[in-house]
Ligand binder design. Sequence first.
Ligand SMILES: Cc1cc2nc3c(=O)[nH]c(=O)nc-3n(C[C@H](O)[C@H](O)[C@H](O)COP(=O)(O)OP(=O)(O)OC[C@H]3O[C@@H](n4cnc5c(N)ncnc54)[C@H](O)[C@@H]3O)c2cc1C
Length: 498
Amino acid sequence: MPTRTGAEYIRGLRDSRSVWVNGEAVGDVTAHELFKGSLAGMAGYFDWQKKHADACLMAREDGSVSVSHLIPKSREDLARRHECLRTLAKYSVGMLGRTPDYLNVTFAGFAGQPSIWRQAGNEEWQENLCAFQQEIAVKDLALTHTIVHPVLDKRYPDYEGVNKQLALRKVDETTDSIVVSGARILATLGPFADELAVYPGHPIPEDQPDVALAFSVPMSTPGLKVLCRDHYGVERNLFDHPFSSRFDEQDAFIVFDEVEVPKHRVFCNANPTVFNTAMRNGWTGNIMQQTVIRALVKLEFAYELATRIAAVTGQQQRGEVTQMLGELWSYAELTRAGLKAAEDGAAADRDGTWICDERPFFALRPSMPGWMVRVNDILKTLGSHNLLATPAAADFGDETLKPVLDTYLKGAEDTSAEERARLFRTAWDMAGSALGGRVELYERFYLASAPRNYALAHMRAQQSAAWEAVPEFWRATDEIMGPYGLCGEGQQTKGDEL
Ligand SMILES: Cc1cc2nc3c(=O)[nH]c(=O)nc-3n(C[C@H](O)[C@H](O)[C@H](O)COP(=O)(O)OP(=O)(O)OC[C@H]3O[C@@H](n4cnc5c(N)ncnc54)[C@H](O)[C@@H]3O)c2cc1C
């Protein structure tokens, strides 16, 4: 089966899923006016993948599949995947965070690590996982995922008191299925996905096996409720709103109301050992190749956008402007350097799957959110009122208005009014529109919060080395300086030895 076209993807969404937005039960998401632009944007992704087949597709006996499903078994495979992920990220210049390649890479990583998923009696469920990974590749499915447990009251541990009752857990088991109830945050792409995947997130208590679950179900599964946040897509053209006209990937809160999960779709059935080790061994090194490539594409785009803004306003020589541009470039370059270090340091794990060096990724994970927020700050600082003094495409279509716009709203160095408007509109939609605000929040939290990730980085650093630099420095200093009489009272060497 070949990969899908955008039209085929849209047809695949016509089912009985339970999606709610603005108090309305949507019914057919493909027929709802509100979602028209987002669905066109997602359909475009599938067409883009086909258009860039050389980079994005690989031929197999069962048809061509996305390279994002590749389980890397060599450095060359990682490089091939890099090329595919970069090409896919360019489609939205990184403004879409959860295009299907995100979860394709995730599941390729899981399928490539049998030693983790086959432990502690999980053999049968691991085979389901591998079969599922093949299924999503062959059918070219789009997945959403919810791995985060909504904690209602942070004064209590995640799975205690009032928090416990929200937790997604197994409530029953039949011969053919497990039954699950509870809630999860936050399914990006929720209403526009074919399947909802649940897999390990934050560690869970060993004494609560019922929350240790991994599985996937079609979005139309009875009992699954998809509660959409406000939709930030706008029904406008690409000139006016290059991103919010098509790239609202729609986040949703998910409620599981006695959802029956067929056993062949269960990958971890109440097994805390598997649950608590899956994310600690290679997940970061695998998935962050995708996320960092996306972030790099976005940062490079933002740098060029900001540089063009400086030129169009004649500010490219101003000291504070060049400082901001240099700052922005530095974020892109640090991201590129971290990615290169991670890929260069990649190695085969015990299953023979190639995983990037996790250390640069553990450092980038909490740092990048701050950079992304600063990027938006710089775009707004440089753009100033210009971000809002931007005629729309329709204004340029008006014969009486056009000469006025051409006179009063052109840019420096003979930049046409139309190009100037398009530039500032692109910047505003990236950094300031309702969708821009949502994307900024996404950057802050999509890989969990920065405080958690800095703590995690520290924990990993402690595990990775003996950290003896401080006593080593003291020993070496005492040794070399001892003869000069600089050691304190009672120290090993005395000056009078000179
Ligand atoms: C737009 C968007 C899309 C998302 N999409 C998905 C998705 O598709 N799938 C999915 O599973 N999840 C998704 N998420 C959820 C994401 O994965 C995060 O887990 C979640 O947003 C973090 O929520 P939290 O409140 O539990 O974070 P917390 O870690 O509790 O952090 C919230 C805040 O609490 C404070 N805090 C927390 N820990 C500490 C600490 N140790 N020290 C000091 N302060 C601390 C900080 O101020 C922090 O910013 C998405 C989130 C957003 C915003």
